[in-house]
Design a protein around this ligand. Structure first.
Ligand code: SAM
Length: 356
């Protein structure tokens, strides 16, 4: 193990944030899978050396992947960041009705084919109380794996300038590996909005930074600008709007959607970035100082993408990729624990899953 690089496959890779984090920590990503053509284009721009399968995972045969990767190469790590919408508190249908809930179970055919040492799952905390989790645990046991209990981790504790609660879990063949992983996670010091975007060029609504294609401020409607003028800098909210500028749907409803039109705070982390992260009507996505929503560059940095990461697509498509990403620094923070657990000496006699 010490003499070769740890190998990984990234399924549901999106625009490649997980792959970016793994590569930055010296892990070799052999292959990746996603069915979104726009996100795949971004992935290729940044990770041209990784075999990317642009395909619906449900129809992709793991043997096809194996042929490309080569029969002789062992797989250490399978990463599974399945779509989180079915388990999200924002989704009224939730996992019982949403057909995407079963996508997490599609990972099992890759576990069977590649027999990775460790499987890492990332999703929203709602997955912990879902039906598919129970099925996942049972089916993994049949393949010889134990699934560790779900843990909630905040990206803000992983050097990401953003509050983003995620659920992480690993599966391995023995409890020691699972305990080593959870026991070795080290949180990182907080990083603020100011430290992350404070030095970027100041922009008014509709302005561009000529040196950075992603740093352009969306052109706001005059009424939106009038509202933003009234929202105090550095954390202000729509509660400061005079009655004549309040939205009809907000009148008398101070507690509903309190973040809409809100500004981020300089010396705090950002709120959870969503696919609407450059739209002030979708959450607390206004700049702490400038009268505008944050730019795509600011959003990408707040998700801890490196400044040279390239994105394919139009503004809406890029915002969607950024909002859907797993923060790069979250993966970088967890990578040493994944390595620890992969490098821990194993006692073959203890490597059993009851009921097999
Ligand atoms: C939470 S995002 C993954 C984020 C990604 N791991 C990253 O680091 O940015 C879930 C991904 O699952 C992909 N997806 C959804 N349904 C799929 C399917 N049937 N087959 C393959 N990929 C799918 C989406 O296109 C999306 O990119």
């Amino acid at each position: 193990m010490a003499s070769r690089k740890i190998t990984a496959i990234d399924i549901y890779c999106g625009s490649g944030a997980v792959t970016e984090g793994l590569k930055a920590e010296g892990i070799s990503v052999l292959a990746a899978i996603d069915n979104d053509p726009i996100a795949c284009e971004t992935f290729r721009l940044n990770h041209p050396e990784v075999h990317l399968f642009e395909s619906d995972i449900r129809i992709l045969k793991p043997t096809k992947l194996r042929k490309l990767i080569g029969y002789g190469r062992p797989l250490d790590l399978l990463v599974v960041c399945a779509p989180c919408q079915p388990f999200s508190s924002q989704n009224r249908k939730r996992s019982t009705e949403d057909p995407r809930a079963d996508l997490v179970l599609e990972s099992l055919k890759f576990v069977k084919e590649f027999a990775p040492e460790v499987v890492f799952f990332e999703n929203v905390p709602g997955i912990a109380i879902s039906g598919p989790l129970h099925s996942l645990r049972q089916k993994l046991a049949k393949l010889g794996y134990l699934l560790g209990d779900p843990r909630t981790l905040n990206a803000a504790d992983c050097g990401v300038p953003q509050r983003r609660e995620r659920c992480i879990m690993i599966a391995a063949r023995d409890q020691e590996s699972i305990d080593t992983f959870y026991g070795s996670i080290r949180t990182q010091p907080p990083v603020t909005v100011r430290q992350t975007i404070g030095e970027l060029k100041q922009l008014c609504s509709g302005e561009h930074d000529p040196d950075d294609q992603l740093h352009f401020a969306r052109k706001h409607h005059p009424i939106v600008l009038q509202r933003m003028n009234h929202i105090p800098q550095d954390g202000g909210s729509r509660l400061s709007l005079p009655p004549e500028l309040e939205l009809e749907c907000h009148k008398g409803r101070k507690n509903d959607f309190p973040d809409v039109y809100g500004r981020m705070k300089w010396d705090d982390v950002a709120p959870t970035l969503t696919t609407g992260c450059t739209d002030v009507t979708k959450g607390r996505f206004a700049h702490p100082r400038d009268n505008r929503a944050i730019t795509l560059r600011e959003a990408a940095l707040l998700q801890s993408f490196p400044p040279n990461y390239r994105f394919f697509g139009n503004s809406g498509q890029i915002a969607r990729q950024i909002g859907n990403a797993v923060p790069v620094n979250m993966i970088r923070t967890l990578a040493p624990s994944l390595k620890h657990c992969l490098q821990a000496p194993r006692n073959p006699e203890k490597s059993t899953v009851s009921g097999l």
